[in-house]
Design a protein around this ligand. Structure first.
Ligand code: MN
Length: 703
């Protein structure tokens, strides 16, 4: 067990004295916080964070990561608050600690394959600062190393989770050493018998292997030396878990796998890699189809190396990897390799920038190498996700595109849930359906029977499934609405012929429908509402009256607008009629009825189509809120807009849009769109605005 003093000498080997001191300060803080707490092994608790920091120090991670490692269990286990850590060590470190704690809280037992993959992505997505993941991996690594003291059942659960989630994350980040250790330790816990047997077999095989390994290694070294290459040749052994996996997946026997001899050759430059390859290929015969150039086309996690397989003496296969020192470092430590070195000279703050740099490095490598879509995709998904991952209340993980809302979530659970959703809880808090979701949140949808999708959902639903369903529903709804409106318009028109749908002889109506090619009465009504057939003329034909012009004939009873007609009645965007205004309707073809203010200029432009005009009035029990626009002329003064907005909000009125336009050096126009109930309500608002000092004029926008 390394002490803080021993760690200190590692720190001073690559960090400044000041940075080393910060790390030590974090250590003493954690030591005090965990005072009296013991690990299951009986050791002081502080030995754990110290070891975690040690793992990261061996990777030469920066001082903030190490501080976070020291403090990583403080919030979770000692009840010290994030803000206290922030005060002591700054917000970056506090955020890191908080991030690690959150990941720790989300640990699961065993997950199904797809779930596990989503969880990996979610963990990456949640960690805005990738160092959170690195600290978490180090934490997990130390816990795996000390798993022996736990009850077997708990140890197995943790081992399982490590193999399913943390080993793949380490692999995605290119941290091969960590991944290998996870796998070997996890394998040992889950399959102790098999691990022991393979381990024993390796030891036994090693005896007679060594001689041959030395011999081949020596031959390679001599050849390279003769050709003037500066290279280090390392004999390597497959690790436990990878042997097991190979035996299982390729159905090979242990001896078949062990009969492969593997070497790694480390050189100083990319160029030398290829030269060494040439030398080796002239020494032994290469096995066709086994050469792989991961230098030209790196693996998704940035791994670079040349791979080849040779046929040695007596037909023994020899696997060779050739790479530079940098590539070796990258292969072992991945994103953690050169963490400090690469951030030198850059603003050493935001580690997001550093992660970006890592990706940037990968991308450059990739560009030199040609295109590999898979690579770019996986880097993008891992570090700059376009997807978010959220939980259902039962713990299922759903993948949604970025900016998705509870409406998308509801539809992705089930179409019925989407169609009947009325509200949502995000992390148990009631939230608007329009709120964009974030990775890691738990979302619960509240439904109510008999409700229906709201057209406004269109503004914030992003998934195809949600949008298609809403559209589909609205289309049906529109038809119901238009049938209703059509009946209303036709009844009104029939009234001026002193009849009604009920009074019309049945065969007269049927005859009309047949002659005009309608299968059913509702189709005619929908057509009337859409403006494709005019109510007055239809009524005239239905009533079998020949030449009377109903519009001339006496007082026409206007149709009452209640505000609840639905999609076939629209309020004109040009004049924004509100209850209390004199109004008139225009039956536009396909769009249905558009309600204008009587004084609207667009309406008088339509007078040529007078048969499309419909007399309207507001119902006595009109409902809803209506958009209206105000133009306010104010003195140019700082904070004017805030003053206006505050005043309006204080009257419980929602502002929909606000924009400004300079009038001259002294005055500015502020254009405000808001929703009101009626003219009286609007008048009250305008009055309240006019009394604000610096407000020069308040006008309702006409056209
Ligand atoms: Mn821990």
């Amino acid at each position: 067990m390394r002490t803080i003093n021993a760690l200190d000498s590692t720190l001073r080997s690559y960090l400044s004295a000041e940075q080393s001191n910060h790390v030590k300060r974090a250590y003493y803080f954690a030591e005090q916080a965990h005072f009296g707490q013991l690990r299951r092994s009986g050791e002081d608790y502080i030995t754990h964070p110290l070891a975690v920091a040690g793992i990261l120090a061996d990777m030469h991670m920066d001082h903030q990561s190490l501080m976070a490692a020291m403090l990583h269990d403080v919030i979770e286990d000692t009840g010290i608050e994030k803000s206290a850590i922030g005060n002591q060590f700054g917000t970056t470190v506090a955020d890191l600690v908080d991030g690690v704690s959150k990941l720790t809280q989300m640990e699961f037992g065993s997950l199904k394959e797809k779930q596990a993959e989503n969880f990996q992505k979610m963990a990456l997505a949640m960690a805005k600062d990738i160092r959170v993941i690195l600290v978490k991996l180090a934490d997990r690594l130390h816990n795996m190393r000390t798993l022996g003291v736990l009850k077997p059942e708990k140890a197995r659960r943790i081992a399982h989770e490590t193999l399913e989630i943390y080993a793949p994350i380490a692999m995605r980040l290119g941290m091969n050493n960590v991944r290998m250790e996870f796998e070997n330790l996890g394998f040992g816990v889950l399959y102790p018998m098999r691990a022991r047997r393979i381990d024993a077999a390796i030891r036994k095989a090693r005896g007679h292997r060594n001689e041959l390994v030395d011999k081949i290694g020596h031959q390679i070294e001599t050849t390279l030396e003769q050709e003037g290459h500066n290279a280090e040749v390392i004999g390597r052994e497959k690790h436990l878990y990878s042997i097991y996996k190979k035996m299982k997946s390729k159905r090979k026997s242990f001896s078949e796998i062990m009969d492969i001899y593997a070497f790694r050759i480390i050189v100083d430059s990319v160029d030398t890699c290829y030269r060494v390859l040439g030398s080796i290929h002239s020494l032994y015969k290469p096995v066709p189809g086994e050469f792989k150039d991961y230098i030209a086309i790196p693996k998704a996690n940035g791994y670079q190396s040349l791979h080849t397989v040779l046929m040695g003496m007596h037909g023994v296969p020899i696997e060779i990897q050739i790479r530079t020192r940098d590539m070796e470092d990258m292969a072992n430590n991945g994103i953690a390799a050169h963490w400090l070195y690469k951030s030198d000279g850059q603003s050493a703050t935001g580690s997001h920038a550093r992660a970006r740099q890592w990706v940037q490095g990968l991308l450059e490598m990739q560009q030199r190498a040609g295109n590999s879509l898979e690579f770019i995709e996986s880097v993008k998904i891992d570090l700059f996700p376009d997807e978010i991952y959220v939980f259902t209340p039962k713990g299922r993980i759903l993948e949604l595109p970025k900016n998705a809302t509870a409406v998308d979530f509801a539809y992705s659970v089930h179409t019925d849930v989407g169609n009947s959703c009325v509200a949502c809880r995000i992390n148990r808090r009631l939230a608007p359906l329009s709120e964009p979701l974030q990775s890691g949140q738990t979302v619960e949808i509240l439904t109510a029977p008999g409700t229906s999708p709201n057209p406004s959902w269109f503004n914030y639903a992003v998934t195809a499934k949600a949008r298609t369903n809403i559209r589909h529903f609205l289309k049906h709804q529109t038809r119901d609405d238009s049938i209703e409106l059509g009946i209303k318009l036709l009844e009104k028109a029939l009234l001026s012929f002193e009849t009604s749908l009920e009074q019309l002889p049945e065969e007269q109506l049927q005859d009309y429908l047949e002659r005009h090619g309608y299968d059913q009465q509702n189709d005619l009504m929908a057509d009337i509402a859409r403006g494709n057939r005019l109510p007055a003329i239809t009524a005239q034909q239905l009533a079998n009256k020949s030449s009377t012009d109903p519009l001339q004939g006496g007082e026409v009873e206007p149709v009452a607008i209640r505000g609840t007609e639905g999609f076939m009645v629209n309020f004109a965007k040009c004049c924004h009629p509100i209850p209390g205004d004199a109004i008139e309707g225009y039956l536009s073809s396909e769009k249905g009825m558009v309600v204008h203010r009587e004084s609207c200029k667009n309406l008088s432009d339509s007078k040529d189509n007078r048969e499309r005009l419909v007399a309207l009035r507001w119902d006595d029990e009109v409902e809803g809120e209506y958009s209206v626009e105000l133009r306010i002329e104010v003195e140019n003064r700082r904070g004017m807009i805030a003053t206006l907005a505050t005043r309006i909000n204080s009257m419980d009125v929602n502002i929909e849009k606000i924009s400004t336009e300079d009038k001259d050096y002294q005055f500015t126009y502020v254009d405000l769109a808001m929703v009101v109930q009626n003219r009286v309500h609007l008048a009250r608002i305008m009055k309240r605005l006019r009394i604000i000092k610096s407000v020069h004029r308040v006008q309702r926008v006409k056209n």
